[in-house]
Design a protein around this ligand. Structure first.
Ligand code: NAD
Length: 481
């Protein structure tokens, strides 16, 4: 008798309970060996006053089973509620989000009959650090954090995934023509690690034109690796142009734990009506079965699902007069899959899960720390008393030790010295202080400068140190500098 694999299951909100019931019914009928621990997450938990949407007992279950099958949840509107999805991914170290999007032409209407793209989305950092502050009356800020280990883990995962799944090409999307340090690091790591995979074709697109190409000619792409925000947006676009967001599942993989889900949300307007398409969650669950080493069951479920799609048994979201044969509800769709367990599709490509595919383990490189030299400081001010010229003329007289005013920017554009009167300015100013001739300073100089600026009545809202790392400037220039 085979032993059951413990997994944690959350039924979620909105359409969640219906699609989870349908999914688990299919899995059970296919012979999946699962010992299910049910946890409560989402709206109810948020509204009981838990701002993370999850209770401590639920974390214990997740850390025990290390495998989470999760239905979508509703995050209540308004401040004070943190996204449970982001929290779970980050708390459990689920750095890789794998989102396959495939078109099922001619059974599901699609603009792109030939589409089979896997988006590998970085899952822990970028703007999803959720570090936001209102800094002045007019300006709010969200910190975009990109780390070298974060880039290395996801980029290497994408290449390993491509190799293990016989994919030919890995494409990287970034916006490093603008964000030269953050997205620039992601691109640089992609180039560095790519060298180790000579068998795989590599390319990089700036995300805007890359996204346009993905929407227009997805057959050009195979595996695409992206920072968190672009991956979030473009995987929805990819799923929708393939046929429906309701058809895409996703795996969130970490070194120790993994979470499987649909990419769509809780679709509250469709809830409780036996309407929703359970396919996204089911396809996520199939990825889970492969992960917990039940590939035969994964293959059986996947092929029965493909046959159901091919037989024209469709939920409302993919139903098409003249193509579909029968419009069914969530429950009946699951029953149709169960009735086809053991069958394979005749026209669509059958699923086949290689039992030998090993789990991907990433070992990070060791680096000697860079030589770090402090060269100056950006002092951010809240100030609304006049023009850039007036601010510059006042603040220029404030110096400390070797530190002198180098320039002032407003929302990144240089406005002093030699700014243009046409440039629109807010109440948020960055005053860059440096020593002449790139001389080093120490932090006591920064503290002295801040004391001097503060004593002149300026409101300092934050500072950023200006470093050189191994002799290279590790900060961006002002636009127009
Ligand atoms: P949504 O994905 O819930 O719905 C978008 C549209 O797609 C709706 O028109 C809906 O009818 C349709 N749709 C989605 N899934 C479907 C399915 N399985 N079958 C048929 N149609 C489907 O996005 P939304 O409306 O922006 O968000 C609703 C709620 O879901 C919000 O509270 C949001 O925070 C949450 N959300 C949760 C997750 C998650 O838990 N992973 C992800 C995204 C959004």
């Amino acid at each position: 008798m085979s032993t059951k694999t413990p997994i944690t299951v959350a039924y979620g909100d909105g359409i969640g309970p219906e699609i989870m019931t349908a999914t688990l019914n299919v899995l059970e009928a296919a012979g999946a060996q699962l010992a299910i621990e049910k946890i409560e997450i989402g709206e109810k938990v948020y509204l009981q006053g838990h701002s993370a949407g999850i209770l401590p007992e639920a974390w214990e279950s997740l850390r025990r089973t290390k495998v989470f099958l999760k239905a979508p949840i509703t995050t209540p509107q308004g401040g004070g509620f943190k996204s449970l999805n982001v929290t779970t991914r980050k708390m459990l170290g689920l750095y890789a989000n794998i989102r396959p999007t495939i078109s099922y032409h001619p059974y599901v209407a699609t603009k792109h009959p030939v589409m089979d793209v896997v988006i590998v989305r970085e899952n822990e950092e970028d703007l999803y650090a959720g570090i936001e502050h209102q800094q002045t009356d007019e300006v709010v800020q969200c910190l975009k954090l990109i780390s070298r280990p974060g880039c290395e883990k996801i980029v290497r995962y994408a290449f390993e995934y491509a190799r293990l799944h016989n994919r030919k090409k890995v494409t990287c999307f970034t916006k490093d023509n603008i964000m030269k340090l953050t997205d620039g690091l992601f691109h640089k790591v992609f180039d560095e690690i790519g060298v180790e995979y000579p068998d795989i074709e590599k390319e990089h697109w700036i995300v805007d034109i890359g996204a346009a190409k993905l929407a227009d000619t997805p057959e050009l792409f195979d595996v695409i690796v992206m920072p968190n925000l672009y991956g979030d947006i473009l995987s929805d676009v990819a799923a929708q142009i393939a046929g429906s967001v309701g058809l895409a599942g996703s795996a969130n993989i970490g070194d120790q734990c993994a979470m499987f889900e649909a990419i769509h949300g809780s679709a509250p307007r469709r809830a409780g009506q036996n309407l929703a398409n359970p396919s996204g969650l089911l396809l996520g669950a199939i990825q889970m079965l492969v992960h917990i080493r039940q590939p035969e069951v994964a293959e059986k479920v996947h092929n029965a699902w493909l046959k159901t799609i091919e037989d024209g048994i469709h939920t409302y979201d993919i139903f098409q007069e003249g193509v579909s044969k029968q419009k069914v509800g969530t429950k009946e769709f699951a029953e149709a899959i169960i009735a086809r367990l053991g069958q394979k599709p005749e026209k669509l490509k059958a699923a086949s899960y290689n039992k030998e595919i090993p789990a991907i383990k990433i070992n990070l490189k060791e680096y000697a720390p860079a030589k770090k030299e402090l060269k100056g400081v950006d002092v951010f001010l809240s100030w609304k008393k006049g023009s850039a010229q007036q601010l510059g003329d006042q603040i220029k007289s404030i110096t400390f030790g070797k530190l002198k005013l180098n320039m002032i920017t407003n929302r990144g554009i240089k406005v002093y010295p030699d700014g243009l009167p046409e440039t629109f300015c807010t109440d948020h100013w960055r005053c860059r202080y440096k020593a002449d001739n790139e001389q080093n300073i120490d932090y006591a100089d920064v503290i002295g400068l801040l004391t001097a600026v503060n004593s002149q009545g300026f409101e300092i809202i934050k500072t950023e140190n200006l470093y050189h790392l191994d002799g290279q400037a590790a900060f961006s220039l002002g636009q127009g500098q």
